[in-house]
Design a protein around this ligand. Structure first.
Ligand SMILES: Nc1ncnc2c1ncn2[C@@H]1O[C@H](COP(=O)(O)OP(=O)(O)OP(=O)(O)O)[C@@H](O)[C@H]1O
Ligand SMILES: [Mg+2]
Length: 273
């Protein structure tokens, strides 16, 4: 009987897409004085993906990031994180949301007066009440996770290379085991090998921890090598999104010169085999 019922059951419904959406922005408009930076922008970010977010300098990529994080106010539109409208949360809900987000800002990746270990522990101190010994152990685990040696723990940012700073900042972003990390130009200033190593690390974290990654970048190598999907900011909104291959054929001057300009030619050819 139960077998028959099973057979007769209508095909399982498609899993609800909403479950997979970690971030959903709808018709978001952000102005500073009379300048409108974002207008009716919509974007979804799905669980487990590495989204590359690109667009011309000054287009508003960092502004969108800050708006999503609740650091900039918006004039209209809605932003949901994990299905929760960020404008309709209690303080307690805001704290739990914040704990599920990790951020690596474009500027000021680390506090210069704190050691690497202390930097990594900043979010722990802010959100958790843990004994020092446990915080030390956790910080060392995070260091290992991002491929830094234990002796980096007691160094100050000024004693680190650019690549080490980015890794330490990533370790801090991962301090609370977030569901999603927002990385604003994480590989800028790194040489191509350092940048490729960082990309590899991000991909590894996604694969092993199921992390969702929102990466603002200008780095074509990152886009080609680790991003599952790319969203392009243009005309104050997400002009288009898709895979690199899809976007390379997108007929828009900025997109074409970005993917097919001189700087892109070599990668373009290798991507096409
Ligand atoms: N707090 C603010 N007050 C006024 N204007 C701002 C503020 N923050 C950003 N802007 C303006 O918003 C626009 C978008 O800036 P944003 O930093 O988001 O650009 P971006 O796309 O991240 O550029 P880049 O690729 O160079 O990092 C710029 O014109 C910037 O001057
Ligand atoms: Mg920026």
């Amino acid at each position: 009987m139960s077998e028959i019922l099973l057979h007769d059951k209508p095909a399982a419904p498609e899993p609800e897409k909403r479950d997979d959406v970690i971030l959903s922005a709808r018709d978001v408009t952000v102005r500073f004085g009379r300048t409108t930076v974002l207008e009716n922008l919509s974007l979804d970010v799905y669980r487990g993906e590495i989204l590359g977010f690109i667009g011309p300098s000054g287009a508003g990529k960092s502004v969108l990031l800050r708006t999503v994080l609740g650091l900039n106010s918006k004039q209209s539109g809605t932003i949901e994180l994990f299905g929760v409208d960020i404008d309709n949360v209690t303080d307690q809900q805001r704290v739990s949301l914040d704990m599920r987000l990790g951020v690596l800002f474009q500027q000021g990746a680390l506090f210069s007066a704190l050691t690497v270990k202390e930097n990594i522990q900043v979010p722990m101190r802010e959100y958790l009440d843990l004994p020092k010994k446990l915080m030390d152990e956790l910080a060392m685990l995070k260091l290992e996770l991002v491929g830094l040696k234990p002796d980096a723990a007691d160094k100050f940012p000024s004693q680190l290379s650019g690549g080490m700073i980015k890794r330490a900042a990533l370790a801090r972003a991962l301090a609370l085991d977030p569901d999603i990390v927002f990385l604003d130009e994480p590989t800028s200033g790194l040489d191509p090998i350092g940048a490729a190593d960082f990309d590899e690390l991000v991909a590894k974290l996604r694969d092993t921890m199921g992390l969702t990654v929102y990466m603002v970048t200008h780095d074509l190598d990152s886009l080609f090598s680790v991003c599952d999907r790319i969203a392009i900011l243009g005309g104050k909104k997400v002009m288009v999104d898709g895979t690199v291959k899809e976007l390379m054929d997108y007929d828009e001057p900025w997109v074409q010169s970005y993917f097919r300009g001189k700087r892109a030619r070599q990668i373009d050819m290798s991507a096409r085999g």
